[in-house]
Design a binder for this molecule. Structure first.
Ligand code: ADP
Length: 381
């Protein structure tokens, strides 16, 4: 029976997969960039090396039944080679290719006739001007590859600003696309689990509260109303089926005037699903492992009426919240997840989740825990 999973990457997602692997007897082996990576500290089987090093990834492949990922920074051609050599790679290389490229994602959404923001490819600043002529300023310019947490996203108000970004991108060889700026009511993410046999399950839509392109909070149920959530969940299932996703797939949405627009996708467990550890019948991490092994999937329903997660970002004063874990535990029933990373200002170093009978209670319990850990920080919204 297949039960040995190799994970490329050893960050917090792999660390939380390790926690989920234990009760099911799933054996993990990691390809870690460094033995100090968060997951490498808690998993005994570790290959140290770069995911772009064919020898290291083959060393990983030789030790496991299936290869999966905790990030998408892997060369899909190398993955194709592994598949050709008979290795099981889930998600498939084409799904990884799609996840690495925002233009391919936008094209897929357009081809499928699904709702997304108006967009165009940008080769020159005149492309941005023409697009703004049709859709108005501001325009959002995005790096087609390599962006995350708002890096590689520029809101430009006029031709001069656009020119600065386009010139800078040309200098660094960065391909760009332009998107119509959306007046957001807010943002949602929907997690879908799908296994190679085609079993597919969707989690309740999650509201993601973003500031400066970084996700700070999760609220489930999302606060845009049932209809918006159900629409996003149906679209997410449609996309998972269309691309033949395997493992967890996170689809991010914009909510604009009560309707959803597809933003981007991630082919793995995702920050927006961290609440599922305590808040759902089966967590996204266990579900991902089950799915890539082609085992039966589990329930995605909530186990309480409300869940709130707050991310811990390294405090600006340089202090380390780790030492305040006992203080937080003494004040709140929220569940703390520490990622085993050194704290640096703005870096995601953990999260807290509270579930409760009412959203306001979940929010209060999570905020008390978060505030104790982040002593001195502004609370945000
Ligand atoms: P990343 O890959 O960094 O997550 P996103 O495309 O999700 O990039 O953009 C980061 C954030 O920027 C989004 O969460 C959203 O808040 C804002 N944003 C991105 N595109 C648009 C848009 N077209 N209109 C309005 N806001 C946007």
């Amino acid at each position: 029976m297949k039960h040995r999973v190799g994970i490329v990457g050893a960050g917090q997602l792999a660390r939380m997969m390790a926690q989920a692997a234990i009760p099911l007897g799933i054996e993990l082996t990691l390809l870690a960039a460094s033995p100090d990576d968060g997951a490498a500290k808690v998993v005994p089987n570790v290959v140290v090396g770069s995911p772009d090093d064919p020898d290291r990834i083959r060393e990983l492949a030789a030790r496991v039944d299936v290869i999966t990922f905790d990030h998408e920074l892997v060369d899909p051609d190398l993955l194709d080679a592994l598949v050709a050599e008979g290795h099981d790679v889930q998600p498939r290389p084409d799904e990884m290719r799609l996840a690495q490229n925002k233009r391919l994602q936008r094209q897929m959404v357009t081809d499928a006739g699904l709702p997304g923001p108006a967009w165009t490819q940008v080769d020159d600043v005149s492309d941005v001007e023409r697009f703004a002529g049709e859709h108005g300023w501001p325009v959002v310019l995005k790096a087609v590859r390599g962006g995350y947490d708002g890096r590689g996203v520029w809101k430009v108000d006029d031709r001069d600003m656009a020119e600065t970004v386009v010139t800078g991108a040309r200098d660094t060889g960065t391909e760009l696309l332009a998107e119509a700026f959306q007046p957001l009511d807010g943002e949602l993410a929907v997690l879908v689990a799908r296994n190679p046999s085609g079993d597919c399950r969707v989690y309740p839509a999650t509201e993601t509260v973003q500031r400066d392109g970084i996700c700070h909070e999760l609220h489930v149920p999302a606060r845009f109303g049932e209809e918006v959530s159900r629409e996003a969940e149906a679209l997410a299932m449609q996309i998972a089926e269309r691309i033949g996703a395997t493992g967890m797939l996170a689809i991010e949405f914009f909510v604009v005037a009560g309707r959803v627009l597809i933003n981007e996708l991630a082919p793995r467990p995702h920050n927006s699903g961290h609440w599922t550890i305590e808040g759902a019948e089966v967590s996204q991490f266990e579900q991902h492992l089950r799915a890539v092994l082609d085992w039966p999937l589990g329930g995605t329903a909530m186990v309480a009426p409300a869940a709130v997660t707050r991310n811990l970002l390294g405090p600006e004063d340089g202090s380390d919240p780790f030492a305040r874990i006992p203080l937080s535990l003494g004040r709140s029933a929220a569940h703390i997840h520490w990622y085993g990373k050194e704290s640096r200002p703005g870096r995601k170093i953990g999260h807290v989740t509270a579930r409760a009978d009412a959203p306001a209670d979940a929010e209060r319990i999570a905020t008390v825990a978060w505030s104790a850990l982040m002593a001195g920080e502004e609370q945000g919204t």
